[in-house]
Design a protein around this ligand. Structure first.
Ligand code: PGA
Length: 258
């Protein structure tokens, strides 16, 4: 399901947290309760794979969706030890899949692998959340060129009809797990740049339409400004997404931005 509405999209990337299924279930229950009260915001939680089923509900919960943190490049079931197919994720109700997170790229995911994962996720009608971002910034702006190349290489040979369904999460690596997020004004500038790259790749309309999230040290305190001043379509949240009071507060605060 592509994210085409004007609503804000808040994605919780739980990473390798929490430690037990009981805790995961509790987190999900609290976030579902918060999600149903939202008016302008959709919530996606991405628990570790073993907890996805316990976190999802049989009945549809308004404004609440399931995501996964990874999907295999393998599109068919078969002898692929340790792999989890996109079709399996779809089968258990997953709608969104994070692809190309910097923590996975650091462990060996190349742009080529990222492009293959994107294809596998799209092939199952789910929405990939493609993570991109520079490791460092330099005065001369060389990081912009690197960002552009990363986006191009990650999209590989995707056709426009498929690229339409991608969500881009801009996550400058230096702002992930950091003390502070990127300045909202800079988020705005870079999100415009990303839209321009999409316009160059797939046509002007795609530049206007592509959904861009920001990620990197988002908290309930800085989230409203990043949305309002940074003018992004939503947020990819790490640490704050497994902190019940913080994430619930974040959802309410972002919803008020409208
Ligand atoms: P953080 O992580 O919010 O803890 O910085 C964000 C991410 O890696 O997606």
């Amino acid at each position: 399901m592509p994210h085409t509405s004007h609503k804000k999209l808040i994605v919780g990337n739980w990473k390798m947290n929490p430690a037990t299924s009981a805790e995961a279930k509790k987190l999900a229950r609290k976030f579902k309760r918060a999600a149903v009260t939202l008016e302008h915001t959709e919530v996606v939680i991405c628990p570790p794979l073993p907890f996805i089923t316990i976190c999802s509900s049989r009945k549809k919960v308004s404004h609440f969706h399931m995501g996964a943190q990874v999907a295999s490049t393998q599109e068919e079931s078969g002898p692929h030890t340790g792999e989890v197919g996109a079709h399996m994720l779809r089968d258990i109700g997953v709608e969104y899949v994070i692809v190309g997170h910097s923590e996975q790229r650091k462990r060996g995911d190349t742009d080529l692998l990222v492009a293959a994962r994107l294809k596998a996720v799209l092939g199952q009608g789910m929405t990939p959340i493609l993570c991109v971002g520079e490791a460092t910034r330099d005065e001369s702006g060389a990081y912009l060129e690197a960002l552009k190349n990363q986006i191009k290489a990650s999209c590989g040979d995707l056709l426009k009809s498929s690229a339409k369904s991608i969500i881009v999460a801009y996550e400058p690596i230096w702002a992930i797990g950091a003390a502070e997020a990127m300045k909202a004004e800079d988020v705005y500038e870079t999100s415009l740049f990303i839209k321009k790259v999409f316009a160059d790749l797939y046509g002007a309309d795609m530049g206007l339409k592509v959904t861009v999230l920001y990620g990197g040290s988002v908290t309930f305190r800085n989230a409203p400004d990043i949305i309002a001043i940074g003018k992004v379509d939503g947020l990819l949240v790490g640490r704050e997404s497994v902190n019940v009071p913080g994430f619930v507060e974040l959802l309410k605060a972002v919803d008020l931005v409208g």
